[in-house]
Design a protein around this ligand. Structure first.
Ligand code: GLU
Length: 177
């Protein structure tokens, strides 16, 4: 079962996110990652395997920002590798996801038909595409997510941030029908 951590505030998120993910390690996972927004830019690092692999990648790095999200993944759609690890980023949007999007095949086919470039094998990245599309149409992050939720089937949770609104973090838990 995956772990999700988010931080928004006046401290540096990097350490807080890693500490939070460490507390969730007991839940089991196959890869991890984080995304931090600073000066309107996303800095994202992901690694397969144990959290220490992500920590090694972060060595000597001090990702500056005021908002960030982190994830330990339990793969359901796609092999455990760096490309499939969360957060998934589409344009200004970064997203972490727990659970399953049941209608992912239809959503994927529709996105592909509309020329979207899908990089991972996950159901999660598709949600990031849908939200990014709504943001591109001029909606704020919260509204974009509320427009996308009715398109998704299943029980899941997401945590999302955007370069365009670096003081906003939106989390949703959908319990399904
Ligand atoms: N279904 C998503 C994936 O395979 C999320 C898995 C999770 O809950 O960690 O990446």
């Amino acid at each position: 079962m995956c772990g999700i951590v988010g931080y928004l505030g006046d401290k540096q998120p990097q350490k807080i996110i890693i500490q939070g993910l460490k507390k969730l390690e007991y839940r089991g996972y196959d890869s991890s990652g984080l995304a931090i927004i600073g000066n309107g830019q996303t800095q994202r690092l992901r690694a397969p395997g144990k959290l220490k692999n992500l920590e090694e990648k972060l060595l000597g790095q001090n990702l500056q920002g005021n908002i960030g999200i982190g994830h330990t993944r339990w793969a359901t759609h796609g092999v455990p590798n760096e490309t499939n690890a969360h957060p998934h980023q589409v344009g200004p949007i970064s997203l972490v996801h727990n659970g399953i999007i049941e209608n992912y095949q239809e959503i994927r086919a529709d996105l592909v038909k509309r020329g979207k470039k899908i990089i991972s094998q996950t159901d999660s990245e598709l949600v990031a595409h849908l939200i990014a599309e709504k943001v591109e149409q001029g909606n704020n992050l919260e509204k974009s997510i509320f427009l996308v939720l009715p398109l998704l089937k299943g029980a899941f949770s997401i945590l999302v941030i955007s370069e365009l609104e670096p003081d906003v973090m939106v989390s949703c838990i959908v319990t399904g029908k």
